[in-house]
Design a protein around this ligand. Structure first.
Ligand code: TGC
Ligand code: FAD
Length: 392
């Protein structure tokens, strides 16, 4: 038997990270192992998110972790990415909660809101006293959000919102929602609104029957003549570009997050293959099993190189939306393949929750679809490379 080389040593990642970055990663990794993993299988079986743990998640400083001020941790974007990686090493549903809160709720309030709105909402969101959600998708407007039907009509000091949002992460437990609507009095320009749970005409029915992201609440949002104070409009938002720029923040975190899920699948099948005996030898001794592991390790190193390089670019404020499209598209597809191969490498037991792999595999089906499907990112890249839009 020759010496085993840990995956981390192939990239030599430890040499590329600062002490603060390693601390952020290791803190979340331990918390997931000690606190979240023990809750996870039951939560997944029951199809619920364990909301009682939200204050503890907030204590870790992960909500809006890359935002400065407003009780946020003010991490750099590599630390933030490593946090996402470790959360999703646990479960994509947990990473979804955290990335929606930070990138899709806190980011638009910070970027498009006024100081009063920031002071009112951001510290509460950072401390987990409020949970937020992001309503862009509609039943008839998924990949093409510009086709949304939700409207906002000015009426005195309020806007009246009407419409239905579909597939909204955290909506069933949310205290506030960022709703994107067409302002009918302003030539249908798209603007964001902060809608609070107790505003009349706001309801959030659950979506039932999910096989994926079972430990994450997903619902609709119904806006039925929902009256929202004009002061809750995000006045600096305007046009489809505003919600799309939030998606760029969330997609960046997803690129890191799925790397964690894939690492968990790889480590599981590496350990399993060394223990599991068939034909009188560990299955990891067979060339076909080693071929799978070699491919996974290569993909994981590629994924980490992309995240780290783009993380450093983001910290230098030099990361573009199209680079983020490439990151999301590449890393999610790679993670999905790793999870699927890992499932097969576990044999029959791989279809149960004795191992985390099938849960990751099912979760990654959602991640492949949300935040821009794989095909939409293919076309976004195709448009950027050729200068020809396939959408028009
Ligand atoms: P298009 O003409 O391309 O763009 C309109 C304006 O927006 C700008 N833009 C972006 N800005 C920042 N970031 C991006 N990623 C951007 N993409 C485009 C663009 O420059 C333009 O600006 P301007 O100044 O010229 O007006 O718009 P289009 O209608 O052709 O659509 C393009 C397309 C299809 C790529 C886009 O609409 C798209 O990304 N579709 C996918 C929709 C999507 O990703 N939905 C996600 C919903 S949220 C979600 O899934 C949360 S899951 C959360 C979780 O649980 O983690
Ligand atoms: P469609 O747009 O109808 O696409 C169906 C298929 O057609 C896909 O394979 C797609 O790639 C393909 N397709 C569409 N257009 C083209 C084209 N031009 N060329 C080639 N193929 C094309 N949304 C939110 O706003 N907030 C959330 O918090 C949120 N959370 C989600 C959580 C989960 C678990 C899921 C599953 C979704 C969530 N979404 C959320 C919605 C998500 O962003 C959409 O599902 C996604 O954008 C795709 O839209 P759609 O489901 O309507 O599919």
């Amino acid at each position: 038997m020759s010496a085993q080389i840990p995956l981390d040593d192939i990239l030599a990642i430890e040499h590329l990270l600062s002490e603060d970055e390693k601390l952020a990663r290791d803190t979340i990794r331990s918390w997931i192992k000690e606190r979240y993993r023990p809750l996870l299988n039951q939560a997944h079986r029951d199809g619920i998110f364990p909301v009682e743990i939200i204050p503890e998640i907030a204590e870790l400083g992960v909500f809006g972790a890359n935002i400065e001020g407003y009780d946020c941790a003010g991490m750099n974007n590599v630390s933030y990415g490593l946090v996402m990686q470790e959360l999703e090493r646990g479960d994509s549903g947990l990473r979804s909660l955290v990335s929606v809160q930070g990138a899709l709720v806190m980011y638009p309030i910070l970027t498009f809101g006024d100081e009063e709105q920031r002071q009112k909402y951001l510290p509460k969101l950072a401390k987990g006293e409020f949970v937020g959600c992001f309503g862009l998708t509609e039943p008839m407007a998924g990949s093409d959000p510009g086709a949304m039907k939700t409207t906002a009509k000015k009426d005195g000091d309020s806007y009246v919102l009407d419409g239905v949002k579909a597939w909204i992460t955290s909506s069933p437990i949310a205290d506030i929602a960022i709703i994107w609507a067409k302002c009918v009095d302003e030539d249908n320009i798209i603007r964001g609104f902060i809608v609070e749970r107790d505003f009349n005409g706001f309801t959030t029915p659950d979506i039932e029957g999910k096989f994926s992201l079972r430990a994450s609440p997903t619902g609709e949002i119904h806006l039925n003549e929902c009256r929202v104070p004009a002061a809750n409009m995000l006045a600096a938002s305007g046009g489809l570009k505003s919600p799309l720029s939030c998606l760029t923040q969330a997609r960046y975190g997803i690129g890191w997050g799925v790397t964690g899920a894939a690492m968990d699948c790889y480590q599981t099948v590496l350990d399993y293959g060394l223990e599991r005996i068939q034909f009188n030898q560990p299955i990891a001794s067979f060339q076909l099993y080693q071929s799978y592991l070699a491919e996974m390790a290569t993909q994981l190193v590629n994924m980490q190189l992309l995240t780290l390089h783009y993380g450093r670019l983001k910290d230098a404020q030099a990361l573009s939306p199209i680079q983020v499209s490439m990151l999301k598209r590449h890393n999610v597809a790679a993670a999905r393949k790793i999870a699927s191969d890992a499932r097969s490498m576990l044999g029959g037991i791989g279809i149960t929750d004795a191992y985390p792999v099938m849960r990751h595999m099912m979760n990654l089906e959602s991640v492949y679809t949300y935040e821009g499907t794989h095909e939409i990112h293919t076309l976004a890249l195709g448009r950027a490379l050729t200068g020809i839009s396939a959408f028009d």
